[in-house]
Design a protein around this ligand. Sequence first.
Ligand code: IVH
Length: 698
Amino acid sequence: MSDTPPLTVPADRAAYAAAVQLAVDAAAAYYGDGTSSLDDDDYDRLVRGIEAYEAEHPGDVSPDSPTGKVAGGAVVGDVPHSTPMLSLDNVFSADGLAKWAAGLERRLGRPVTVWSVEPKLDGLAISARYRNGRLVQLITRGDGTAGEDVSHAIGTVVGLPGALTEPVTVEIRGEVMMTAAQFEAACAKRQAHDGTTFANPRSAAAGTLRAQDRPYVCELTFFGYGALPLPPGDGSEVAVRLRELPHSRIMGLVATWGVQTTAATPVAGVTATGVEEIQARVEQIAAQRADLAFGIDGIVIKCDLAEDQAQAGFSSRAPRWAVAYKLPAVEKITKLVAVEWNTGRTGIIAPRAVLEPVELDGSIVTYATLHNPNDITRRGLMLGDSVTVYKAGDVIPRVEAPVVHLRTGDEQPIAFPEACPNCGDAIDSSQERWRCVRGRACRALAPIAYAVGRDCLDIETLAESRIVQLLDAGFIADFADLFLLTRDQVLTLERMGDTSTDKLLAAIETAKTRPLSRVFCALGVRGTGRSMSRRIARHFATMEAVLAASADELQVVEGIGPKKAPDVVAELAELRPLIDKLIQAGVNMVEPGVTPAVAVDGAGDGQEDEKGEGSALPLAGMTVVVTGAMSGPLQDLSRNQVNELVERAGGKASSAVSAKTSLLVAGDKAGSKKAKAEGLGVRIASPEEFAALVGAFL
Ligand code: IVH
């Protein structure tokens, strides 16, 4: 992570003036009702660009400039704060943190012995005034010197009780926000009221806090992060304790008074000694971020001891004893370009958002989940909308909501599917999550049809329409179930008489004897087609050996690299129940003509065995390409079957002619491959000549 994200510095005075205006408007919306047109990242970058321009052109600095002002100078309130509500300086990396801490320690002339490390809550700063234990006034941060009275919200904020457990006169400072559940509830209420929704929890909280005349009430949450003496009680015993106690102890007091702090959350504030300990806690908090019920946008690091804070003091904008370690933005605004509908393995039909690509938490996001059709309706989403997209850590990116005030009027309604996008059958839309009426059978058809195809198990008489019948009847759910079919079951199917039933069952019986390469191919492991399946089968010889192979061992097989190997291992583990069912049904799991290459007591690594065995074969060490129509003894073989023959005879089947090709088998109508082989001087054989060479393996 770099300490300063890339900037665009205004090129001239006009660009500077435009940038300042944009920032002023965005800050006014952000600190006002929370409806900024810029996401946090873009706003930060804009202000840094303005800062950079001002550093180079001090004579041009506009009085409206947001730099050096609390809340970008956006908001003016009329209730003066007893003590200014300041901003925090930012760092963006471990290095930035270490430099900041070193700078502070230099200023103090000694090390800071105790730090407090706590989450930076992503909401709105608020000051809650308690007199004799009663909550009497709520004030927003405003410009830091004076804020707006939002006492009307008293009673709607979880964690901010109307009465404390002790009759103290104090000012509690903290953040007002919406939890994920409160956000959902608020969106539903607003949707029911005016058909629109909130862009994200923060702007929902901002809008809600200031709203006075809404016909519906939305709940908010408060987390305290500080407490101060409040006049006239500032000579009291409590006031003295608040001036003298370490920050961590003050937060303990705040909690005993009944105000919510982060203490009970997975990201509770802790104390730390030294930058390494701080960094460790920063990483722990960052790792929790995606799972939290509320938003955080960083970690706040503070001097814990009152004397350190007092000595460090303040700048005009921020305390020198605290800093915000900003985490990368996890929410951005982008455009909803399209909605795709896919039927999942269980038949659930889920919408997926196609987005204008946007960088989020270290990756480019192009797709995001939309959960279910109701969710689209609930959020009032439209095609072409600007939307807030959330992604943190490993979570699947999700579209949070449309940014309604950015609509241009060109947005279009989202079309919902009328039939299953996978099989075209009807949709059961009686539940929140839509389903194909075929359920699991919907997605089972394609893999089963693949498994019984000519290149895999080759069950000739099993047409796709039959597979659908078998799925519909509930006789099969996967292709292994074919081997468990009874005659009576098959006879119940429409258009299945005695003869066709016997024919089908005989074909299924024959399929049990296919070589391992074809059975493996039938599994449909991603990234392993026909030739890869043959190479795997020829190397390992038995399914048992394939299943026992580690990712490292799999990489011995040509075409399986360090990226693919773990995927194959993982997928085989997932397919294990299916493979076990096949074994139980008596399906062959051995590659004929190959000596098992399993290492016993560490003897041999399989690869040597294969080489040793291969060298006696007619095509050992040869790469063979087959092209054109086969004739003579090879006439009835499919291309895949000829390739199998090549490999049984010890060669490697390839589809492209290159300088590495040892032999081209060229049948009738062989085209460009033959010309290329001739050009390269590659040996060419007719199908008949080739059959003579490998006849023993036919
Ligand atoms: S301490 C004078 N602690 O971040 C000290 N602030 O960017 C300033 N914030 O205005 C406040 N979580 O709204 C502090 N644990 C935390 C915080 C926190 C969120 C907000 C607060 C402040 C802003 C500064």
